[in-house]
Design a protein around this ligand. Structure first.
Ligand code: G6P
Length: 607
């Protein structure tokens, strides 16, 4: 996600800001910028690498002892210099950097336009600068607090003003900010890694905090002026660690981020009272979606398995038939494309060569193309007619984790929306919506204590072959579980629909070939138990994924991984989180590097 850094002190702010932004590069970004306040405020922004920003800054002589910087991962508006941060007001007095999403930005923007404000970008952040300008009477803190009373959504933001110099005002709501002070001045950042070289002593802001930061002190209060005391924490991190937020690998950091990334994927998109989903990116094609008779999903790798999950979801909630294809096969297949067919392309990177080529093939026909993409402004996002962004934040680990769960959540929202356009009742819709809203806390429950999963991983790490089996929603989950294990541990593994085992694969079962079976309390529980019995009858070892309410599971095997009970349609997310952890622990205990598995690339832009 985006990164923030800010400085106020005795020295020139520019080198601190540039160094800080470089340390945030690992988070992924598409553009960056800094604003520095000396006699005047100077601002430089660039699309692309921080090196380009550095080059531009060196030509501009930005000097001043207060400054803010930002690296942007686009959410609202394409990747352009105008949309990069910092953003400013009409008078070029107030400069803002912001992480997060202002949900009511359109409403605020329209009101401000009526009052004569002129906007130059498509971002939600620019609205913050103008709203602060609207309230500014010489005191930046008070203007920021008034603006925050109106803003709905999430923010970590830092503001400076030419007409109230000597300070930065920082505010946090669901998007982290940390302050640090040393003898050179005060620093603020979205992530300790940007400023940890200056001091290891950090003060983490909490939601609702507003901090006024000066060169040798800071005061934290809430928007009602109540002073807040925040404890200083000393971080025992080196730079590499701090980029991973204290986690040993990006993969486990990203696994742990899923309650947050799932929340971000759903934010502002569930309309509980209507038992439906509101997907801004699909607004213009709602009528076409209502009339669509068939959906085809096209993707590669993990995104393809999210696509199979999407088939079950869309067919269950809306009754629209869905076909799922691997992009590498689809692009060369003889295509029978039907009238009123809608195509959905799923891709974390938005750049996968096969998926893009399949999209280009489909675009030759007169059909609707949609994208489910994480990387804003990427090729697939640009070339589809409409789509939904994941907002899962950048994924660094090569083996996809939070992108998968986010893709499944977005597909659930699309399925709910299509269902409500058709026969899904209000009550059923509300149930689905409520279940989705509970998903982040269900995932947190798994993450809170993963000791069982770690133990099982340790016990099974030396086996050379695995099956992962499941039925219905458990089928794509088993495919993804199996892929995770082979990607990062190099253990041979196959994902299978449990019912297919008897048609061949069961011949491989013996005591050296364990099976991971998804036996959750749902419509296929009994069938799954029968499959497990069949495996045991052939001396096969079984690891079972189960809910605690099924006491008899313990009689099946001693190796059980428990997960929270939830409606069947969210079980792929919960099961896959368990599999991500299982694969991660196997990989680490075998001494592999889960972040950089051999032979694999994060974004496969060649055929
Ligand atoms: C590569 C990655 C996978 C990913 C697949 C599709 O193989 O290693 O993790 O699932 O590409 O990528 P996409 O960006 O299109 O989702």
């Amino acid at each position: 996600m985006c990164g923030i850094v800010g400085y106020v002190g005795e020295n020139n702010a520019t080198p601190f800001l540039l160094k800080g932004l470089k340390r945030l590069e690992y988070r992924g970004y598409d553009s960056s910028g800094i604003a520095v306040l000396g006699e005047e405020i100077g601002c430089v922004k660039e699309v692309g690498k921080i090196e380009k920003l550095e080059e531009e800054v060196s030509k501009n002589e930005l000097k001043g002892s207060i400054g803010i910087g930002h690296s942007r991962w686009a959410t609202h508006g394409g990747v352009t210099e105008e949309n990069a941060h910092p953003h400013w007001d009409c008078e070029k007095n107030i400069f803002v950097v912001h992480n997060g999403i202002v949900e009511n930005y359109k409403e605020i923007k329209n009101k401000l336009i009526k009052r004569g404000h002129k906007f130059v970008s498509d971002t939600d952040t620019e609205v913050i600068a103008h709203l602060i300008e609207h309230f500014f009477k010489g005191d930046l803190e008070s203007a920021v607090k008034k603006a925050l009373r109106i803003i709905k959504g999430t923010y970590g933001l830092v503001v400076i003003a030419k007409k109230d110099p000597g300070k930065m005002v920082a505010a946090r709501m669901f998007s982290p900010l940390v302050i640090s002070v040393n003898d050179k001045g005060s620093f603020v950042a979205s992530d300790p890694s940007a400023i940890i070289t200056h001091s290891k002593k950090m003060i983490f802001l909490e939601d609702g905090d507003v901090a006024v930061i000066q060169k040798d002190n800071f005061v934290i209060s809430d928007i009602k002026e109540k002073i807040k005391e925040r404890e200083e924490v000393t971080l025992d991190w080196d730079i590499e660690d701090s980029q991973k937020n204290g986690y040993p690998h990006f993969m486990i950091k990203e696994i742990a981020e899923q309650p947050e990334s799932i929340t971000n994927s759903m934010r502002g998109r569930i309309v509980l009272e209507e038992g439906s989903a509101k997907l801004g990116g699909l607004e213009l094609v709602e009528e076409e979606l209502k009339n669509t008779k068939k959906i085809s999903i096209i993707a590669c790798g993990t995104s393809y398995y999210a696509g199979i999950t999407g088939k079950y979801l869309i067919e269950e909630f809306s009754g629209v038939p869905v076909e799922v294809s691997l992009a590498s096969e689809f692009r060369y297949r003889k295509k029978v494309i039907e009238k009123d067919e809608t195509f959905i392309f799923i891709s974390q990177s938005g750049e996968t060569a096969d998926t893009l080529a399949a999209l280009q093939e489909v675009k030759k026909k007169d059909v609707l193309t949609l994208g489910i993409v994480n990387a804003v402004g990427s090729s697939i996002a640009r070339e589809t007619d409409a789509g939904v962004y994941n907002h899962a934040g950048p994924e660094i680990g090569v083996a996809s984790t939070k992108a998968f769960t986010s893709q499944v959540v977005v597909l659930s929202l699309i399925a709910l929306f299509l269902g409500r356009q058709r026969n899904l009742s209000l009550e059923e819709g509300k149930e689905v919506a409520n279940t989705l809203l509970s998903l982040p806390s269900l995932v947190s429950e798994i993450l809170k204590d993963d000791s069982e999963i770690k133990e099982v991983a340790e016990k099974y790490k030396d086996f050379k072959n695995f099956f992962f089996i499941g039925r219905r929603y458990g089928y794509p989950a088993s495919l993804e579980g199996s892929l995770k294990l082979k990607e990062i541990s190099y253990i041979h593994s196959e994902g299978y629909p449990a019912g297919e085992l008897k048609h061949g694969p069961i011949a491989l079962i013996d005591e050296s070939f364990p099976t991971v079976a998804i036996c959750l309390s749902n419509s296929v529980y009994e069938k799954m138990v029968s499959n497990v019995e069949e495996i045991k009858a052939r001396n096969g070892r079984v690891i079972v994924l189960a809910n605690r309410d099924k006491k008899d599971v313990k009689e099946l095997t001693e190796d059980v991984i428990y997960l929270p009970t939830a409606p069947e349609f969210v079980s792929p997310v919960l099961a896959v989180v368990c599999f991500q952890l299982f694969s991660y622990y196997v990989s680490v205990s075998l001494g592999r590097d889960p972040d950089k598995p051999r032979n694999l690339a994060k974004s496969v832009t060649v055929e």
